[in-house]
Design a binder for this molecule. Structure first.
Ligand SMILES: NC(=O)c1ccc[n+]([C@@H]2O[C@H](COP(=O)([O-])OP(=O)(O)OC[C@H]3O[C@@H](n4cnc5c(N)ncnc54)[C@H](O)[C@@H]3O)[C@@H](O)[C@H]2O)c1
Length: 328
């Protein structure tokens, strides 16, 4: 298949690009490199340096070729920064996505896969897993921007017949098991890479945000899913789009507290991790754990990296070999 991947120079996008290549598909990456890395795009993949906020440039890039499927990863994705800069986040994510969606519908693109998020949901107490049709109630402008884009995609289907898959990732983690790619956000805000950097002595201490959540040890609970398992889900979902649009929650279905993640990184690295308490971050729900039974049933998707130690292991391997990320 001929695939256009926006945000293919970023963390999740680059892992999907490499999985698409491994599966024999033809890939073009569209990215403005604002948070992504040129070095994360494999050799031989065509690259278009385009900012999706520019409607004309987006239209020109999309209409230059025909696409069997468009994958849309490009976004600003820090929950915390979206709370301090709400309008910047809403404008960036919504406008750039509308530019892309409009270009795709006018160019008769028939399949569109969108990176949505667990941040659609706010789960403060309920310990049950979140189903695909759970009530949407974003606790941040970031989550709201993704919700708006999901709604725009609903209209792209109804009015233009573009079939869409909204994949709500819970916490993407880990790195390519073959060591070709890894996670390199700047600044990094995700727990696993920060804990690994602390274990490796690349930073002195780790902050844990909030000690008073109603969870088993008072810290937030999250569902970590390996980025290569996410990539596999993207490829499996393409066939669903022959007949209908879908929305799936994607996680391992197992919640871990922040302290349990630190224990895992200590176990796998063999290093002690100094950490300290910090104030809870606004926009951080207590518990986010996915019920992914629907995508499993529809596509046969099964996460291969079920245990947190196996996820941490791949991330640690990459970071040890790339302590300066893609700059090294
Ligand atoms: N990482 C996670 O745990 C997670 C969880 C849920 C959802 N998501 C979503 O998955 C997607 C990818 O996340 P990530 O962690 O890989 O982020 P990332 O920052 O590593 O990747 C985003 C990519 O998009 C590009 N980009 C951003 N704005 C752009 C624009 N206007 N035009 C062109 N390119 C642009 C960046 O340069 C970067 O390469 C995002 O949409 C994010 O909201 C991520």
């Amino acid at each position: 298949m001929k695939c256009l991947v926006t945000g293919g120079a970023g963390y999740v996008g680059s892992h999907v690009v490499i999985s698409l290549l491994d599966a024999g598909h033809d890939v073009v990456v569209l990215d403005d490199l604002s948070t992504g890395h040129r070095a994360a795009i494999p050799d031989g993949v065509r690259f278009r340096h385009v900012d999706l906020s520019n409607a004309q440039a987006t239209h020109d890039a999309v209409t230059q070729d025909s696409w069997d499927v468009v994958f849309h990863f490009a976004a600003l994705s820090s929950v915390g920064r979206s709370i301090t800069e709400p309008f910047h986040y809403l404008r960036h994510n919504i406008m750039s996505s509308l530019n892309l969606i409009e270009a795709c519908t006018s160019h008769q693109v028939k399949r569109f896969v969108f990176s949505s998020t667990a941040a659609l949901f706010s789960n403060e107490r309920d310990l049950s897993r979140i189903m695909d049709d759970a009530p949407v109630n974003p606790a941040s402008p970031y989550g709201d921007s993704k919700f708006f884009i999901e709604r725009a995609l609903l209209w792209a289907d109804r009015v233009y017949g573009m079939r869409t898959a909204c994949l709500r990732y819970f916490n993407a983690a880990g790195a390519d098991p073959k060591g070709r790619l890894g996670e390199d956000h700047r600044p990094e805000t995700h727990l696993i890479p920060l804990a690994i950097d602390t274990a490796l002595g690349l930073q002195s201490s780790l902050q844990i945000f909030g000690s008073n959540y109603s969870t088993r040890d008072g810290t937030c609970i999250r569902d970590y899913v390996h980025v290569t398992d996410l990539a596999d889900a993207h490829i499996r979902v393409i066939d669903q789009l022959d007949t209908r649009s879908v929305a799936y929650n994607l996680g391992n279905g197992r919640g871990l507290t922040n302290l349990e993640v630190i224990e895992s990184v200590e176990r796998v690295s063999g290093c002690r991790i100094p950490w300290e308490w910090a104030l809870p971050r606004p926009g951080d729900p207590a518990i986010l754990v996915a019920d992914s039974s629907r995508i499993r049933m529809d596509t046969g998707w099964q996460p291969r990296y079920r245990h947190i130690d196996s996820i941490v292991g791949t991330a640690l391997n990459w970071r040890k070999r790339h302590p300066h990320g893609y700059d090294g």
